[in-house]
Design a protein around this ligand. Structure first.
Ligand code: AGP
Ligand code: GLU
Length: 612
């Protein structure tokens, strides 16, 4: 949620900030702004996208070699020009950008108002910048101290960057709960929410730890301190990401590019972790904590959104193959119950970004109560990856489209390996069966590739249903979480109301919704429940619903009943989701494009939700 970028050095800051904001726009895009310091402290901000900001700035003087920029995902106050960041302090001397929420902003605001501060915006951020200003008024308090003292007074989550008029030699950056990375160049520094604005200038970076702040000086040195004012030693890392990975590479949208990257992404997720001919699977984290995992009372899975769907799928896989009891939790709910968790439990936390606040909070609680945390994340070095005891990266590469696609399939690939590895260690899966599945798993990238060739057919189906107001998605067994994921994809990018249901549950209620205007997507690849699915198709047809069925290649029976069949390559039932999700991603993509929606930046959403 929200993108932060800052620069101090010898180049013109404005183009670096604008380009950086464009790269970060997936994180938030309801308004954007920059502040430039060059004697004067000039702030330009605008509701809308980064292009609107650029148009607004136009030919105005932007000359400056330091500045801060922000693309917002509003939490407090509507997205308008005034609530956009950067926010200036009351005197106009401090400018601040903020990602996160200041939870106690109301009481702080009341106190500041009592002391004569007037507020321009409705944001919690403006309270923080004024709190820093108020603290700085005290004798001998430098900007750095004021920031530290203020941050010790606020409750909430943040990543911030602050600069001060008259102090053109320094930027202060701090984080608690929201990511921030510093890029180290030759006599220049970059600060950003992720490495994408930095990558083209330097590969040397430092990830700020939680509750740490940095004083970044123009003369080429910087210091890191904890919020307790203790200096820490920076660990400088080399970025491995390349520029190409964060650009569209000839596709119209990131989402489409990422859908098409799935054969490669799934292959990368599996690489080095299994061999069908060798008959082995090895997720390092599972090996390291094997005893603890095998002896666990149960596995708890915590995640949100798409990651929750892959968690639900993992429940089917692990229970089936490894015979362990699994509970899948919405991370956001988990923490607000009084869940029964102890040191016998293992929590698998799944997150593309590794920064989702709800998931982090669930981990914190489970960790406090003694559970082992196994993180499955895509973003390397992310908060969840760092707080986990063990884990596996999904290696999907940067996912920029707000709607998760390759993150889902790579999570599923890892969770499949995990289920098989635990099953093997527990002896709940015969070796011969394990080999069969591993051979088939190796074929999956090619089968995804083959499924992508159905794109033109799916576009035609999309044209037929683009004006529907509702959609149902039905699936059984492992295809049920896929139905939920297909419905989520459609909702989030095309704004069509869609529900995913277990196919057999339809007759307990949702069947009432079916009439000639209701498209029903039915996942019908499961060999084990095929006849039952055929009956579900008949039930929908009997009520004049329109059936779009995802079937195995060569299927006859459903072909004769459904309005449209999408024939995907057949695979092992438990691996089917890796194939069946692909047509659903393409269907929602095309419907959204035909409806004129912005698929990479759907309304109201942000790529990573770093607030609870
Ligand atoms: C996916 O399409 C969504 N935009 C969203 O549900 C997402 O999966 C969720 O916010 C979790 O994010 P994470 O995987 O980064 O933790
Ligand atoms: N809470 C702040 C606001 O509403 C920051 C939101 C963000 O992270 O973009 O402006």
């Amino acid at each position: 949620m929200c993108g932060i970028v800052a620069y101090i050095g010898t180049r013109e800051a404005y183009p670096i900030l604008i380009k950086g904001l464009q790269r970060l726009e997936y994180r938030g895009y309801d308004s954007a702004g920059v502040a430039l310091l060059n004697g004067d402290l000039n702030v330009y901000k605008k509701a809308g996208k980064v292009v609107d900001l650029e148009a607004y700035v136009g030919a105005q003087d932007t000359h400056a070699t330091m500045g801060i920029g922000h693309t917002r995902w509003a939490t407090h106050g509507v997205p308008n020009d005034c609530n956009a960041h950067p926010h200036l302090s009351y005197s106009g001397n401090l400018a601040l950008i903020h990602n996160g929420i200041i939870e106690n902003y109301e009481s702080l605001k009341t106190e500041l108002q009592r002391r004569g501060y007037l507020f321009q915006s409705d944001t919690d951020t403006e309270v923080l910048v004024n709190l820093i200003e108020e603290i700085k008024k005290q004798e001998g308090v430098e900007l750095e101290d004021a920031v530290r003292i203020a941050l010790n007074e606020v409750v909430g989550a943040y990543a911030i960057v602050v600069m001060e008029k008259g102090k053109e030699d320094k930027l202060i950056a701090a984080r608690k709960g929201s990511p921030l990375v510093i890029g180290i160049g030759e006599n220049e520094f970059f600060v950003a929410s992720d490495a994408s604005p930095i990558i083209e200038f330097t590969k040397n970076v430092v990830y700020l730890e939680d509750q740490e702040y940095a004083v970044i000086n123009r003369d080429g040195h910087f210091t890191l301190k904890t919020l307790g004012n203790v200096e820490t030693t920076p660990s400088i890392q080399k970025l491995e990401m390349n520029l190409e990975a964060i650009e569209k590479g000839g596709f119209d949208h990131f989402m489409l590019k990422e859908i098409y990257e799935q054969p490669r992404a799934v292959a990368d997720a599996l690489r080095g972790r299994m061999s069908a001919s060798g008959g082995w699977i090895k997720l390092g984290g599972v090996v390291e904590y094997e005893k603890r995992i095998l002896n666990a009372d149960r596995l708890l899975i915590a995640a949100c959104g798409t990651s929750w769907h892959s968690g639900l799928l993992a429940e089917y896989l692990i229970e089936d193959v490894a015979r362990m009891s699994v509970e899948v939790e919405y991370a956001s709910e988990f923490r607000y119950r009084n869940p029964v968790v102890d040191h016998e439990d293992v929590m698998i936390a799944i997150s593309q970004s590794g920064e989702t606040a709800d998931t982090l909070a669930a981990i914190e609680l489970a960790k406090e109560r003694g559970a082992l945390i196994y993180g499955i994340c895509n973003v390397i070095g992310s908060s969840i990856a760092r707080v986990s005891h063990a884990g596996s990266y999904t290696h999907a590469g940067p996912e920029i489209g707000v709607a998760s696609t390759k993150a889902f399939s790579t999570q599923v690939a890892i969770l499949t390996l995990m289920a098989l590895q635990i099953g093997e260690a527990k002896g709940t899966i015969p070796t011969s069966r394990l080999r069969e599945i591993l051979f088939e798993l190796e074929n999956i990238p090619a089968k995804i590739e083959e499924t992508l060739k159905l794109n033109d057919q799916i576009l035609e189906i999309a044209k037929t249903y683009k004006d529907a107001t509702n959609f149902l998605y039905l699936g059984r067994g492992v295809n049920f979480p896929v139905a939920l994921e297909g419905a989520l994809k459609l909702k989030e990018i095309s704004y069509i109301h869609a529900e995913g249901y277990p196919a057999a549950e339809m007759k307990h209620g949702p069947i009432a919704l079916i009439d000639e205007n209701m498209p029903v997507v039915i996942l019908a690849t499961n060999r084990s429940a095929y006849e039952k699915i055929v009956s579900n198709v008949q039930e929908v047809k009997a009520r004049k619903g329109k059936v779009i069925a995802i079937v195995n290649k060569g299927d006859r029976q459903i072909k004769g009943l459904a309005d449209h069949v999408i024939e995907v390559p057949e695979t092992e039932d438990i691996l089917a989701p890796l194939v069946t999700i692909v047509p659903l991603q393409l269907l929602s993509y095309h419907i959204a494009i035909l409806r004129g929606c912005n698929v990479d930046q759907p309304r109201n959403l942000a790529k990573s939700v770093t607030v609870e």
